[in-house]
Structure formats: C-alpha cells, structure tokens
Design a protein around this ligand. Structure first.
Ligand SMILES: Nc1ncnc2c1ncn2[C@@H]1O[C@H](COP(=O)(O)OP(=O)(O)O)[C@@H](O)[C@H]1O
Ligand SMILES: O=P(O)(O)OC[C@H]1O[C@](O)(COP(=O)(O)O)[C@@H](O)[C@@H]1O
Ligand SMILES: [Mg+2]
Length: 316
C-alpha cells in the first residue's frame, strides 16, 4: 500500500514518535510511506514528501511535529475535502493516517465518508477525545504543568499567597483536573466543574484565618479573566492572590516516556489496521489495550470524570 500521514490541530509532544513508528512499521511491512506537510493545509496544496526509515531518525525525543501542523477552517466544506481526495488519488495514495484531536477527527471522518480509507490517532494535549483513556501529549503537558505548580507553590507559601494557575484544555478540564490533583490544588475550576465564586471566596477566607501559608487554584482557560479573579479574591477573602497563565509553555517540550510509548504503540497499530482494510476508525488505548472505535461514535462524546472531581473535594 501507499500510506500517507499528517499531523493536524495543536501540536502535541509525541506526535513525532508516532510519525516515526508509522513510517518504520509501514516500511517493515512492505508499504510505501509519505508525509504531508502542515496538516490539511498541505493536503490541499499537494505537499507530499516520501519518507524512508532514515528520514525519521532522531525524532523520538523531539517535541512538536516535524511534519508541521495547521488549522484550516475551510476543510469543513465538502468541495474543499474533494480537492484533498483528488490530491491523494492523483498521487496513488491508498490510505491516510491523521494524527490530531477532536477537530482533526471530523476531517478524517469526512474523508472516510467520501470513501477514502482513513484512520485517526489521538494527538492533543487536551485529552478531550472519547474512545481513548489518554491522548498522545497529554501526560507530557501534565508534567510540565505540575512542575510549574510546584514552583508557584514555593513562592506562594513564602509570601502567604493564593496562586491561580490557568492551563489549556479548551472545553476539556482534564489538564486542570489531573494537574490539580498532582499539585495539591485547593480548587479546580473547569468547564465540567464550574466555579461557585461565593463558596471559593468564603473557603479561602477561612483558610487565610486558619493561617494556611498558600492556596492553589487551577483553572481551565476561557472560564474567566484570572487576573480579575485574583484581584477579587485578594479584596474579598483577605488572601493575597496572583494569577499565572501558563500558555504555550505547556504545549512544547520533549515527550516523556509515557507519551513515547503510547505514540509508538498507536502508530504501529494504525498501520496494521490499515493493512486489514479498517477505515473511519480511530485508535485508542483502553485499560492498556489498543482498540479502534468508529470516528462517528467518538465525535461529540464528552468524557466523564465524576470520580476524580469527588476526590478533589476529599483532598482539599
Ligand atoms: N467539522 C469539521 N469538518 C472537517 N474538518 C474539520 C472539522 N473541524 C475541524 N476540522 C479540521 O481539523 C483541524 C484541526 O482541528 P482543531 O479543532 O483546530 O484541532 P484538534 O484536531 O487538535 O482538535 C481544523 O483546522 C480543520 O481543518
Ligand atoms: O494554537 P492555538 O490556535 O493558539 O490554540 C490554542 C488551543 O490549542 C490547544 O493547545 C490544543 O488544542 P487542539 O489539540 O484542539 O488543537 C488548546 O488547549 C488551546 O485552547
Ligand atoms: Mg481539539
């Protein structure tokens, strides 16, 4: 087979490890392998590159994606998707592997519906993909955030301050939730667990009166203005507060071992599934086993984390 791979949406640590596994597994199994530059953008602009085993040397430990990535809003339109299919067919490509998040999955599903053999691999720091316990990049971003929280606690407790840390995740609270548990946060505010501001302030007032030396609040992005919240907490609870927005720092960096293994396993598995004729499916890991699920079931299916939110309340 001729198999092409692209990375799409926000880059995630471990995407390169997945590309490497795809190319090396593909070649070992007798396939011809191609990379497409800059996600769906390069697919529309016919930017394919042949990939030999040596072309993916030294990639395992590098963050981001060597194939480049993009956000391409027009890819939602069927005539635009048809251009992509024409480019794939004109090059004689038999199948496509899309590495990306929930948005990229919709593009992959569209290509499958247009009868092009397509499989997807979850690559996003957000961990917002149903059908897999974890996405490639999530654990590395989580580690980066936990390190940041540990540092912020040092300075917060030195000054007796409350520290608000804004993390990424879009509509998914997983980064905030997991980082909050690891970092001993008093409060975790996410789209799934919105703020009760009065309760937050009254609890912080109590903690301040008890003489606690610090408080940590982890917040998913786009919930509210964290700097304004810090000012309000300082005034109303008496617990002096500061906010830190972690931003892109949490998306880059060398993938940790967990993401390298996950990416290597998923990449190799995706190639094997394509050779079996699988299409319109995404690769996932569930209870440490590789699985596939139909893309049509995965899209629009939120993850539930009730147990972990209950844990937070006990540990506060
Ligand atoms: N409904 C859709 N139909 C087709 N393609 C889509 C759709 N939604 C998103 N995409 C494509 O996937 C790309 C990446 O999606 P995005 O949500 O930005 O990142 P991620 O895949 O990491 O979640 C988008 O820029 C677009 O090209
Ligand atoms: O790269 P941009 O366009 O600034 O987007 C930021 C978004 O990308 C992410 O880092 C990753 O999201 P995706 O995987 O959906 O692309 C989000 O957490 C964040 O909201
Ligand atoms: Mg996404």
């Amino acid at each position: 087979m001729k198999i092409a791979v692209l990375t799409s949406g926000g880059d995630a640590p471990g995407m390169n490890a997945a590309i490497r596994a795809i190319v090396r597994t593909g070649i070992a199994e007798g396939h011809e392998m191609f990379g497409i530059m800059d996600g769906y953008r390069g697919l529309l602009e016919d930017r394919f590159i042949p990939l030999a085993a040596k072309d993916v040397s030294g990639m395992l430990s590098i963050g981001g994606t060597k194939l480049g990535t993009a956000r391409v809003s027009e890819f939602k339109e069927v005539p635009v998707q048809m251009v992509a299919i024409d480019n794939l067919r004109n090059r004689g490509i038999d199948a496509l592997i899309v590495i990306g998040g929930d948005g990229s999955y919709r593009g992959a599903q569209a290509l499958h519906e247009l009868e092009f053999q397509t499989i997807a691999i979850p690559g996003t720091i957000d961990n917002d993909v149903y059908g897999t316990d974890y996405t490639i990049g999530f654990h590395t971003a989580l580690n980066t955030i936990v390190e940041a929280i540990d540092k912020l606690r040092d300075t917060s407790s030195s000054h007796r301050r409350c520290s608000i840390i804004e993390v990424m995740g879009r509509t998914s609270g997983d980064l905030a939730l997991y980082a909050g548990i690891c970092g001993g946060a008093e409060f975790i505010i996410t789209p799934e667990n919105p703020i009760n501001k009065d309760k937050l302030i009254s609890t912080l007032k109590k903690h301040n009166e008890e003489g606690r030396r610090h408080a940590i609040i982890v917040v998913t992005e786009q919930q509210f203005d964290v700097h304004k919240l810090a000012a309000e907490i300082s005034i109303k609870s008496g617990f002096s507060s500061r906010a830190t927005v972690l931003g892109y720092i949490q998306r880059g960096g060398t993938p940790i071992a967990e993401d390298r293994i996950l990416a290597s396993r998923m990449g190799a598995f995706a190639v094997e599934m394509l050779a079996k004729g699988v299409s319109g499916q995404c690769v996932g890991i569930k209870d440490d086993k590789l699985v596939t699920s139909p893309l049509s079931d995965i899209i629009n299916h939120p993850k539930e984390r009730v147990e972990l939110y209950d844990l937070i309340k006990k540990l506060r």
